[in-house]
Design a binder for this molecule. Sequence first.
Ligand code: M1P
Length: 262
Amino acid sequence: MSKKIICLFDVDGTLTEPRQPINPQIEKFLLETVKKEFDIAIVGGSDLSKIQEQLDGKNLFEKYKYVFAENGLIAFKDGKALPSQSIQDMLGEDNLQDFLNFVLRYISELKLPFKRGTFVEFRTGMMNISPVGRNCSKKEREQFYEYDNEHHIREKFIQALKKEFPDLALAYSIGGQISFDVFPIGWDKTYCLRHIQGYDEIHFFGDKTVEGGNDHEIYESNFTIGHRVTCPKDTVNQLKILMTLVKENREKEQLSVSMHCA
Ligand code: M1P
């Protein structure tokens, strides 16, 4: 019997350019070609509203078998919401406020080429912290990204947080261009895997697969077959290769069954 496969995609950098809408041709390929062969699902670090904005959210739940936002802390199967947990319950209000106060103090002392607004976005299962501020424009986002590549603002910030809060069981990951995510250890993208059942293979596609990137743990997980991609076009190419391999294997299986029966 042929294997039941699901393809699980990261969003930014894998299906779309960072924080941009999906290219209609890529969406067409997913929905009209890939979906004929495999179930498809998404797992983003972002919150649901950003994912909906990027993936033409009108029929998001019809397009994808599973939709996971915030690494799977916000989860839907066939459009039905699955159980969730919150970061405030996990950390406790006292720890949370100490943490946030330190973050805001640290940002207040940072001198950057420019700063905008919304430095902390408090989500259900994580905090998203942006030294430059989430309200920056697309151009400013690119500029900060370049500046950060040179000056390692986010990496240094994360080191300072780790040093200040060694006892809080928190993980830090850089999934995008202007911010980093903070969440309880284990609430990385592998969190979503607890919801996926009934498949022989889970193929995960992501671009931030190296250590410190927010696709790293799920890419390395024993429960997935990881595909490292460089951009949405590369995702399409790797899907084409996967579909060819699966087709060849199915043909081989059919041939051996018919030889066995003859
Ligand atoms: O999906 C990857 C990341 O996308 C955004 O990052 P940034 O705005 O820095 O490019 C954020 O939503 C972040 O939480 C998420 O991990």
